[in-house]
Design a protein around this ligand. Sequence first.
Ligand SMILES: Cc1ncc(COP(=O)(O)O)c(C=O)c1O
Length: 352
Amino acid sequence: MYYLNPRIENLFRIFDQNERKDYLRLDLNENPGGLPKEFIEKVLKDITPQFVAQYPETLHFTEVLAKFLNTDISHLCLVNGSAEGIRYVIQAFTSENGRIVGVVPSYFMFQVYSEMYGRNFVKVPYNEDLTMSIDNIISEMTDDTQLLILLNPNNPMGNVYSEDEFETLFETANQKQITILVDEAYHYFYPKTFIQYALNKEHVFVTRTFSKLFSMAGCRLGYVAGWPDGIKMVQKLCTPHNTNAFAMKIAEEVIKNPKVLQSLIDNFNEGRSYLIDILDNNGYQHKGEAGNFIFIKTKTDAQKIVERMKAEKKILIKSYPNVGNFGTCLRVSIGEKKYMQMFCEALFELDR
Ligand SMILES: Cc1ncc(COP(=O)(O)O)c(C=O)c1O
């Protein structure tokens, strides 16, 4: 008997990530410049036919990563991009109709997975002034809540949590037996981390990705960090050999070359300072720059600017509606200075 899962049939997905290669892509928080070309060429020299023919060695890379994070492999599960890890945590730690609490707006896949698996995603909205009070979150952490999703920092809002705030949320979750998932996709752009909770306590996961600072979105690699029994649950959901050999090879080389990692951080910081200064000097309001993205309030219609940037300047950016007193505004990925110069030149020409 043919069967169509109605939940999947009715699920709304956006597949908009195609045909972007000829553009300057500042819409999905990638690194527009990427890793240094010489570095990539050097890594590719080690690729042999056997390397391509064999199943990937996940154990080796997990060990490299564990050393880098000062932990051991029982705390880590590699995933094919952190979006996959998020999905597994939702699958394993919530039930049908189970209550998941998360802030909105946020990374949309939390809601997509909740809908896909028939979970009850409860939205915690931002305050009018775009702040997020943890009291708003705590009031939704009811006894029947199974999972609390936090982002450090949040995409697209850029908000973060202090140590005290996180500790309070952690204590509340502990009392009510709620698992916490902290999405740290934008770690390094905002260095404060709560990974020590995932590595030293129980019922807390942190997901991280190699797509953002590590500039490897095309390779698909991420990881879930957590307590060993929780990690075993996540591992059981993984497809066999779920992370690919090229991704792990490149990530290992970046980890082994602190200079490369530092140059990515330095280039990014230079681009961010340049962008913020030039926006300030040109009378632009902006906010939320804790990650590698920023909200910019335009002087004219933001959506029109998105369209004209694409058509006339070959630059991809996004617009977001209802961003507090900014109304509809731009969200732009931050990258190294030369790309920020290209973007600003285009913005100042089109936004008048
Ligand atoms: C907050 C957040 N989490 C997770 C992801 C997924 O990243 P990936 O699946 O590339 O690791 C993204 C991607 O943009 C994101 O913004």
